[in-house]
Design a binder for this molecule. Structure first.
Ligand SMILES: Nc1nc2c(ncn2[C@@H]2O[C@H](COP(=O)(O)OP(=O)(O)OP(=O)(O)O)[C@@H](O)[C@H]2O)c(=O)[nH]1
Length: 211
């Protein structure tokens, strides 16, 4: 299982992104997240059960002292901004710094996600993308654009997160040098050898599924 924390300004669409993926729903009414909330999503990667524990955090400043307590132990940080509001992109650096402060920077996977793609024209999206890619490079993040309203790219995005988190876990177990038998995923004791781990990247995406 990997812990995923989703951070970003209020109203950018963090809850909507998670709800679209985990529950396949979209609510046009805004209900601010109070503190934190989480969902566990089950995947099967290369035949191995693997879970993501996805933490939704409040974007409102007044909850920061609560939410930051939940950043610790994250393997994945998803920094979210609204494609229709460039200021929220500028704030992603601070959100990432806050989340990384609680973690070992080299041990986290980072994603930069522009939401509400349905609200912007393709010209506006491309324009914002130039800045967003620059931010993503600085953050060493992978950049995605999604719409929770239409569902565009949402599944693809989370499947990618799961595949990379799984790969990361396998490689970390190998680095620990805990021997050829290692526990990955939920409940299955699998034998991971270096050659197999190196193949995970290619194979996991091809055979990933959500339970
Ligand atoms: N058109 C459109 N609206 C969206 C999309 N995603 C979210 N929204 C709307 O944006 C508003 C805010 O969404 P939330 O998901 O609650 O935002 P949040 O980032 O979780 O906000 P906090 O909980 O305050 O941090 C809601 O009214 C959503 O319906 C999207 O992809 N397209």
């Amino acid at each position: 299982m990997s812990k995923v924390v989703v951070v970003g300004d209020l109203y950018v669409g963090k809850t909507s992104l998670i709800n679209r993926f985990c529950k396949d729903v979209f609510d046009r009414d805004y209900k601010a997240t109070i503190g934190v909330d989480f969902e566990i999503e089950r995947f099967e990667i290369a035949g191995i059960p693997y879970n993501l524990q996805i933490w939704d955090t409040a974007g409102q400043e007044k909850f920061k002292c609560i939410t930051s307590a939940y950043y610790r132990g994250a393997q994945v940080i998803i920094t979210v901004f609204d494609l229709a509001d460039i200021q929220t992109l500028e704030h992603t650096r601070c959100w990432l710094e806050d989340a990384q402060r609680e973690n070992e920077p080299s041990s986290t996977l980072i994603f930069l996600v522009g939401t509400k793609k349905d609200k912007v024209s393709s010209a506006q999206c491309k324009h914002t993308e130039c800045d967003a890619i620059r931010y993503a490079n600085e953050m060493q993040a992978e950049y995605w654009t999604v719409s929770a309203k239409t569902g565009e790219n949402v599944k693809e995005f989370f499947f990618r997160v799961a595949a990379l988190a799984f790969e990361h876990s396998v490689l970390k177990e190998l680095e620990k040098g805990s021997g050829p038998m290692t526990q990955i995923g939920t409940g299955n004791l699998i034998k991971v050898e270096k050659d197999e781990a190196e193949n995970v990247k290619g194979s996991s995406q091809a055979s990933i599924s959500c339970c």
